[in-house]
Design a protein around this ligand. Sequence first.
Ligand code: E4P
Length: 220
Amino acid sequence: MELFLDTAEVDEVREIAAWGVLDGVTTNPSLIRRSGRDFRSVVREIAALCPGPISAEVTALDAEGMLAQARALKAELPANVIIKVPCTPAGLQATRALAAEGIGVNVTLVFNAAQALLAAKAGAAYVSPFVGRLDDAGQDGMALIDEIMTTWSHYPELRTKVLAASLRHPAHVLACMQLGVHTATLPAAVFRQLLRHPLTDRGLEAFLADWAAVEAAGHA
Ligand code: E4P
C-alpha cells in the first residue's frame, strides 16, 4: 500500500520522508493557499524531497485550459510531478489526452463509484475518492471506498490506483488497509498518530531504565 502525504508544507514532507516510508505527496489549491507560498516553488521543493509522485492541480475549467496548464507544469517542474484534474467532463477529456502523452493524472474530487470508473476508463493513473468530506456531509465515506474496491475486484484489467483522500484520522487509514486500497494520502498529523502508541513509549522507557541498571552493574 502506498502512503502519500497530503500537504503543501515542505517541512512536513522533510519530516515524514525522513521516516523512509513516504511514497508520494498530494497538494491542492487550498493547501497551497494555506502555505502562503508560491505554488511552483513549493512543488519543486517537495519534489526534491520525495521521489514518488507529487500531485499538482490545474485550475482551468475547460479541457484546453487544463491541458495548457498541465503541459506548462510538466515542462517547468521535476519529472516526478503528476497532474491533478477534477472529475468533470473536461477533466476526463484532459485525462485521456495527458495519458496519451505519457503524463500521469490523478483525478480528484470523486464522490461516487461511477465517477471513479469513468476516471479509470479515461486513463487516470490515480483516482481520488474523498472520504472525510462525505462523512462531513452525513454520508459514509468508507462505504464509498468499499464500493470502489469491490468494483475494481470485478475488473482486474483496471490499472488505475485507488487513492483514498480526505482521510482525517487513523481509523480511516486502518479501514483502507483492510479494504486493500492501493494508496492513501494523509495529513502529517495522521501519520504521527498512526506511529505513536502509549505502550511503545512505556515499553521503551522500561527498556532504557533496565539498560541503565545493566550498565550501572558493569554488565553492558
Ligand atoms: C487529496 O488529494 C486532497 O488534497 C485532500 O485529501 C482533501 O482533504 P480534505 O477534505 O481534508 O481537505
